[in-house]
Ligand binder design. Structure first.
Ligand code: ATP
Ligand code: MG
Length: 566
């Protein structure tokens, strides 16, 4: 994270803004986050949201939320709702500045008419194939359309007819008249309007011509008096076109566009088109499937808004494309949850244990810290009784050396309770262990050994009669390939989906206090990771818990490896 002379967070965008404020080009800062409502927001969008809102905040300015809803073919109310929810959840406030590009359609139209009247735009009746063929290539100049020199009067009349629906889709378009030989392909008479006989979620059937992104986007920023129009690198060579449009419309203010590198993450696809493919193809349960990189999925999985904001700050902003290791996102989350999440005992894959020398009806209550990292989180009482569950893999009949958990004839410590010894292994006809019989040592209450004997292993447990049953879902990375889009011959990115990315445990046993858990609350299940209640599939009788992230810190390992290497 870069800092300025006053110790405030800074980056190259802030430096440009400060020069603009010093030179007087602008006397304030106004940014915007401009999503197209054609999908759910993902973690890449979060980078842009954090950047736009915190930049405005730093300079005492404002940030708008604006829907870039110029293409009715792909846009939907559901996406608008989810985007509003996600930006709010991330903790940002656009106050009363929620805007829609579609509210400016009439203005866009009038500006187009102005360009036509000045001979700077024309209606082209070439076929879409002709237009794309005549556009040329980066090394070959384009060719002028035979309709390019229509008179302003004729163009005006044709454009009105386009608006009235007198032409069919694909019959003609409105193009800017710039330069078919420009080395920048974006300046080779770009299309400004095309015909789409589709209703729009907000303007209904009022329009059958819709503005192209490149025509609309710069105007939207200008109309809203945006000072700094922050966007991703792929728009760098569109900037001359946005500048050209605004130069023809001197009545509009002229924002400064600044490009930065988009966020890419390992083991993740980020484009909305690809994410939609995953949803439509049934590879995931929906946009908010906890394995998706969308904000709604991360929320459902247990990510906190502060962890996502912290991640975005930590990766910084630059002009160089790079791919961030997904382990960093997990690291930042884990760091926060370690401080904040209350600890609970939960046995994910239960093995019943009967403590044969413990009285049938006796219940003892042991006190446990809710969070050893935070004494203010208080304590809670844990019930202990004759029948408990332990984790199936905390027992081994024939343990290898260095296995310090439970095995026949050996002792282990039950966290917060007693030391027990395994005296009998009960199996079914197939030889599978179905339960254990143990004895406990009453002198070891609380887990200590008055005689000083060493107990190497400590395991978690829950009391059978007090436990609640739950489904627990464990997630792994959705893709097995670091860059799933780097496909081998004949393969599709969906071929790299991790078949084990979701593991469902149907019969986990949790400490009873978890029956009051609510979505959005984070818990550390001792030795198992961080978990939260699933907001969608949980019922009163059968809660569902999602593993947000494991305890194992792969990022720390990566860093250790790297420092060792250097
Ligand atoms: P995608 O390519 O994922 O479909 P998009 O760029 O088409 O995304 P928009 O809704 O147009 O999505 O994006 C809204 C804003 O978010 C834009 O300013 C865009 O530059 C920014 N943005 C999109 N993806 C990323 C990313 N991966 N990293 C940073 N910013 C991004
Ligand atoms: Mg887009």
């Amino acid at each position: 994270m870069q800092q300025d002379d006053n110790g405030r967070e800074s980056n190259f965008i802030h430096e440009i803004i400060e020069r603009d404020l010093e030179s007087g080009r602008f006397d304030h800062v106004h940014t915007r986050f401009p999503p197209e409502p054609n999908g759910y927001l993902h973690i890449g969008h979060a980078k842009s949201i954090v950047l736009n809102f915190t930049t405005a905040e730093k300079y005492g300015g404002k940030c708008n939320l604006r829907f870039d809803d110029t293409n009715p073919a792909k846009e939907d109310e559901e996406y608008i709702r989810s985007i509003i929810e996600d930006v709010k959840w991330l903790g940002f406030d656009w106050e009363d500045r929620l805007y829609y590009a579609s509210d400016y359609f009439e203005k866009f139209f009038r500006y187009a008419v102005k360009l036509i009247k000045e001979g700077k735009a024309y209606v082209d009746h070439s076929t879409p194939e002709e237009i794309s063929r005549m556009r040329g290539t980066p090394t070959k100049p384009g060719q002028e359309s035979r309709y390019r020199n229509r008179s302003p009067e004729e163009n005006l009349e044709l454009f009105e007819k386009m608006r009235k629906g007198e032409f069919e889709e694909g019959e003609c378009v409105l193009r800017a008249k710039i330069d078919m030989k420009s080395p920048n392909l974006n300046l080779r008479d770009p299309v400004m309007y095309r015909i789409k006989k589709l209703p729009h979620p907000r303007t209904g059937n009022r329009w059958c011509i819709y503005p192209m992104y490149d025509w609309a986007h710069g105007l939207e920023d200008a109309i809203e008096n945006i000072t700094h129009s922050i966007c991703t690198l792929e728009f760098e060579n569109h900037r001359p076109l946005y500048d050209w449009f605004l130069d023809q419309l001197p009545e509009l203010p002229h924002p400064r566009q600044i490009e930065f590198a988009r966020l890419n993450l390992t083991y993740t696809v980020m484009s909305k088109r690809k994410l939609l493919e995953l949803v439509k193809g049934g590879y995931v349960s929906g946009w908010d499937d906890p394995r998706m990189p969308t904000i709604s999925a991360l929320r459902r999985r247990g990510y906190t808004p502060s962890s996502i904001r912290a991640f975005c700050k930590r990766i910084g902003v630059s002009k160089v494309e790079s791919t961030v290791d997904i382990a960093l996102l997990e690291f930042v989350l884990r760091e926060e949850l370690n401080r904040k999440a209350e600890r609970r005992m939960a046995v994910l894959d239960p093995l019943p244990v009967e403590i044969v020398n413990y009285p049938e009806d006796k219940i003892e209550w042991f006190e446990a810290d809710n969070n050893p990292e935070d004494p203010s989180a208080g304590k809670r009482k844990l019930p202990f009784s004759r029948r408990i569950f332990i984790e199936r893999d905390d027992f081994m009949e024939n343990p290898p050396r260095k296995y310090f958990r439970l095995s026949p004839g050996r002792e282990v410590r039950l966290k917060h309770a007693y030391i027990i010894k395994c005296t009998e292994v009960v199996k079914n006809g197939n030889g599978r262990v179905t339960s254990l019989k143990c004895t406990y040592d009453p002198a070891t209450r609380g887990g200590s050994t008055p005689d000083g004997r060493k107990i190497r292993g400590t395991i978690h447990w829950v009391s059978e009669r007090h436990a609640i049953s739950a489904e627990v879902r464990l997630y792994e990375r959705l893709f097995i390939k670091e860059n799933p889009l780097d496909t081998e011959e004949g393969k599709d990115f969906t071929d790299y989906i991790n078949p084990d990315s979701l593991i469902v445990l149907k019969n986990s046993k949790l400490e009873a206090s978890l029956k009051d858990a609510k979505p959005g609350e984070n818990y550390q299940f001792l030795r198992k990771g961080y978990f939260c209640l699933d907001s969608k599939d949980s019922t009163k009788d059968k809660p569902v818990f999602n593993r947000t992230v494991g305890l194992k810190d792969t990022w720390a390992k990566i860093q250790k490896r790297e420092t060792e290497r250097t």
